[in-house]
Design a protein around this ligand. Structure first.
Ligand SMILES: NC(=O)c1ccc[n+]([C@@H]2O[C@H](COP(=O)([O-])OP(=O)(O)OC[C@H]3O[C@@H](n4cnc5c(N)ncnc54)[C@H](OP(=O)(O)O)[C@@H]3O)[C@@H](O)[C@H]2O)c1
Length: 509
């Protein structure tokens, strides 16, 4: 490895320099003996924060992604991209070729309670075998914290089993175990924030008295980088936690104080955990499969059992209150770099792209308007759609559709968006996901709400003779009778919604 790169932070790419890095005050130093570092789960919440730190410290980084996201390549210049699925051994072997150390950040929580554990175990077993074959020197895994002597939730148990599976191999593994992670874009942070903002009276179930040791995302990333730079950490397990040990109720109360909301919290003796998880999914932007895994984890005390990590990396972690305030301020500054909604299984039935459909959808209708606004400002307006700004016109209809989706355990509209201003391919926009962007010409969104079919929404800007035309086209594909009825039922509403939407965009200075 080029050791000059390790010391010369001035040579960092502009993209990396722009980000606030977390590891500047880390006591460990970049290790010139480390070769290519593979980051799996690089499009996920933790992986996406880790990659820029490793680049900034001069490591040669290869990211493993399931779908090649061009936006990511631009985001992390100089990083090698390996397209691989841990469930496919051949692709995994290729991704691990020539790798020295690997971060294992693979997790399939989005598959939901019934599915994720099996997929995660198969992925871990494949990874262990491929890592042995390719002679990796180290694996670093971030899993969940929980007292193994107690009965763990399915989610926490699965995280432990993944650790055991990876540790069965000959490659030394460092296991870090964290409880709730607080940071802008983290699911736990967004759940707490939205519960506080939306519920004036909070019914606290008995498990709200359980204790937790939340940790900030910046401290997690520091530990992840720090153990790579500490060879003695190889083959060891560490619990990592923030400075405070709090009950879940105290976490909510602290958040209410920070958000300056007077909240009445009433202890409630009985609450069915799945019902509670469902209610959380209705109130917060985080959908059912994720809230259920997280809420089940609340039944367990998640507090560090040992502090041996401090012998190797003796930095002070930040208190919960500070982590929460920093997350809020990142949101206010529109600087959320990764979010829980980023990870997305490409094999998911909703991930089929418009041009992968085989034949063009037959249910489609185009609405257009001519305007004298320039293409760049039109495109900017289109890219601001959704989230806090809403849909320019008929917002109540979008919200109503979102609420219905939530009740049906869909993602609803409250996911909002990661940035208020900019968009990238794969970003979430309420119940849509960005499928394609062509600057000043096209924005294509793919529907992720519950539908009896598949849907897309395309915005285009084109010049035709003396005028500029902005169009919006919903595409819909279905094979069922109910699906067809659904399309024809909503067609009259489309006219109202989309013509109003275009008028707003065209006239929006
Ligand atoms: N976030 C937290 O609050 C938290 C708290 C404690 C511990 N942790 C631990 O931290 C680790 C990372 O969590 P995270 O929050 O970053 O998860 P995440 O955002 O859900 O990301 C998971 C990543 O795993 C990838 N993945 C899933 N299945 C895969 C497969 N078959 N092959 C290749 N990649 C696959 C996903 O790739 P795609 O992008 O292609 O979907 C995604 O990038 C997990 O072990 C988790 O237990 C997280």
């Amino acid at each position: 490895m080029d050791t000059r790169a390790l010391c010369n932070t001035a040579s960092l790419s502009t993209a990396v320099e722009k980000k606030a890095l977390f590891c500047g005050d880390l006591s460990s130093c970049p290790d010139p003996g480390v070769g290519t570092v593979l980051v799996t789960g690089a499009c996920g919440y933790i992986g996406g924060r880790l990659v820029p730190e490793l680049i900034a410290r001069g490591y040669r980084v290869r990211v493993m992604v399931r779908a090649c996201a061009p936006a990511r390549e631009g985001l992390w210049p100089g990083v090698e991209v390996a397209v691989a699925d841990a469930l496919d051994m051949e692709s995994l072997r290729r991704a691990l070729d020539g790798v020295d150390a690997a971060y294992y950040l693979i997790h399939s929580m989005l598959l939901g309670p019934g599915e994720f554990a099996k997929a995660d175990m198969t992925a871990a077993a494949n990874f262990r075998k491929a890592a042995e074959e390719k002679g990796l020197r180290r694996i670093i895994y971030l899993g969940g914290l929980g007292d193994v002597r107690s009965e763990l939730s399915d989610h926490l148990r699965s995280r432990m089993e993944v650790a055991e599976e990876l540790a069965r191999g000959t490659v030394p593994i460092t296991i870090l175990r964290a409880a709730v992670i607080i940071g802008s874009g983290s699911a736990s942070y967004e759940i707490i924030k939205h519960l506080v903002l939306k519920l004036p009276v909070f019914l606290a179930p008995p498990f709200a008295r359980n204790r937790c040791q939340p940790i900030s995302i910046r401290d997690v990333v520091k530990y992840l980088v720090g153990v790579l730079e500490t060879p003695e950490a190889a083959g060891k397990n560490f619990d990592i936690g923030g400075r405070d040990i709090l009950t879940y109720r105290e976490m909510v109360e602290t958040a209410a104080g920070i958000l300056q909301k007077k909240r009445i919290i009433i202890g409630y003796p009985w609450m069915q955990i799945h019902l509670f998880a469902y209610m959380v999914s209705l109130i917060t932007p985080v959908p059912g499969p994720i809230t259920r895994c997280l809420v089940e984890g609340v039944m367990n005390e998640v507090v560090c059992q040992d502090e041996s990590i401090k012998e190797y990396l003796p930095f002070e972690t930040i208190p919960y209150r500070v982590a929460f305030v920093r997350a809020l301020s990142r949101e206010e500054q529109d600087r959320v770099h990764t979010r829980w909604s980023d990870a997305y299984p490409p094999a998911h039935e909703l991930a089929i792209k418009l041009d992968e459909l085989g034949r063009a959808p037959i249910y489609t209708s185009t609405y257009s308007i001519s305007t004298c606004r320039d293409a760049a400002s039109l495109y900017r307006s289109i890219c601001e759609i959704g989230g806090k700004k809403g849909w320019f016109h008929g917002n109540w209809m979008w919200r109503l559709r979102g609420a219905v989706d939530r009740v049906l355990l869909g993602v609803g509209t409250s996911r909002g968006r990661r940035h208020h201003s900019g968009l990238e391919v794969n970003d979430v926009v309420d119940f849509w996901r960005v499928e394609d962007m062509q600057r000043n010409e096209r924005l294509l969104l793919r529907a992720e709400m519950k539908l009896p079919g598949k849907a897309w929404l395309e915005f285009t800007i084109r010049d035709s003779e003396a005028e500029r035309i902005v169009s919006v086209t919903p595409y819909y594909h279905t094979t069922s009778l109910f699906g067809r009825l659904y399309w024809y039922f909503f067609l009259p509403f489309h006219h109202f919604i989309f013509t109003g939407l275009l008028e707003q965009i065209a006239g929006n200075g």
